[in-house]
Write a protein that binds this ligand. Structure first.
Ligand code: HEC
Length: 149
């Protein structure tokens, strides 16, 4: 019961940070900024695959869930290179503090990579989705709260 509640809360929290319906003033045009927001969109899309299964709006499919988590891990591994150039764009949501403490920023990317690759090897049943999303979602939030507008 407690585990179920905790997993439900973790799913709700993770879904809340997926800005699927968040209005956005403009899309970035700077190629470097487009590359990093595309990576984040891919991460978001794959998290939604897990979220849909967790909510029951998609049937549980262990291989597809593992693939989605592995895709998140692969994008996370690319974050340090994608953000290295402090390119700016009026539509970017990156805070300049990223480049003042880049080591901490990339450590947070490594936390995501670890959580997602752990999930990729651990999700074998629908009951694993909630804890996996909780673990991954905590790392999204840890980075966004400091580094994203
Ligand atoms: C290491 C830091 C970091 C981690 C970890 C991280 N993000 Fe992000 N994310 C950012 C930053 C910075 C931006 C803003 C990028 C910009 O606009 O320049 C962003 C933007 C986004 C966007 C908006 C993309 C767009 O359309 O512009 C989504 C969606 C997103 N992140 C989802 C996630 C999810 C889901 C996770 C966890 C599975 C996650 N992020 C983990 C730093 C991170």
């Amino acid at each position: 019961m407690i585990r179920t509640l905790a997993a439900g809360a973790a799913i709700a929290m993770t879904l809340a940070i997926l800005p699927a319906t968040m209005p956005r003033a403009a899309e970035p045009t700077d190629p470097q900024v487009v590359a990093r927001t595309d990576a984040m969109k891919t991460i978001g899309r794959n998290m939604r695959v897990l979220g849909d299964m967790a909510k029951g709006s998609a049937a549980f499919d262990a291989a597809a869930a593992q693939e989605a988590a592995a895709a998140v891990a692969a994008e996370a591994a690319a974050i340090p290179a994608l953000f290295e150039d402090p390119a700016q764009d009026p539509a970017s949501e990156s805070r300049p503090v990223i480049w003042e403490q880049y080591d901490d920023f990339t450590a947070k990317a490594a936390d995501l990579e670890r959580a997602a690759s752990g999930a990729a090897s651990q999700i074998t049943a629908a009951a694993d989705l909630g804890p996996a999303m909780g673990a991954i979602g905590a790392t999204c939030k840890a980075c966004h709260s400091t580094y994203r507008e």
